[in-house]
Design a protein around this ligand. Sequence first.
Ligand SMILES: [Zn+2]
Length: 269
Amino acid sequence: MPELPEVQTVLDTLEKKIKDREIIDIKILYKPIVETSERTFKRKLIGQHFRSFKRRGKYLLFEMDDITLVSHLRMEGKYFILDDSYPLSKHDHVIFYLDDGSQLRYNDVRKFGRMELIEKEDDYRCFKELGPEPFAKEFSLAYCKQYLGKKKLPIKQVLLDQSFVAGIGNIYADEILFAIRVNPLRRADKLSDEEIENLIKETRRILKKAIKAGGTTIRSYTSSLGVTGRFQLSLKVHTMEECPECKEKIRKITVGGRGTYYCPKCQKK
Ligand SMILES: [Zn+2]
């Protein structure tokens, strides 16, 4: 599932490729992906230009001239920029025809992704549930202490909760906990101030590094591949066999229904 760094990479790449392009037509091939009525979706978007590219948590926000297109990739959503000679895939569900002859295609094997339009001033309803962005000053020691102090759940589970901090998913949660040497099952309210400070610091460091890595990989793609948001990051524990620090065998457990990887030696407590 794309997490914050992947979403940011997709946005940055799209910005380079389609900024100020105008939508001249839209085809919706699988309707449930678009939550706004098809008529309104087309009427409000055709003739509009992609002006700015923003992110909130894992949501992509395309600010047009008069309206904002919100997109969530969920499990497998991808964007491709292709010219019309490129054959349509059966997983292409929404096609935006652009004024330079190219097409922005939304491709989604699992069809879980969603799009909708919001008026520019509106706060999108889902955003109200979202916690602070990891890079925002609101993601502070005081905030985390207060939030975590009330949670008796495993810290891994709390890290995945988008109302604590927006944008972190299963991969980065494992990596962050390894970086701060905290066991994924430790109760959130039992973290020390020092550990919380480290959690904030390492969250930012790891996400920043991943965004940078994503950018590098995406730039090396050939144009026909477009934007997938996949990238390579030197993962330390997630899906790994052996701890890079102590060579102990990485353990896999389930926390809150999600596969969780950690080093039993480095993350004892
Ligand atoms: Zn280890």
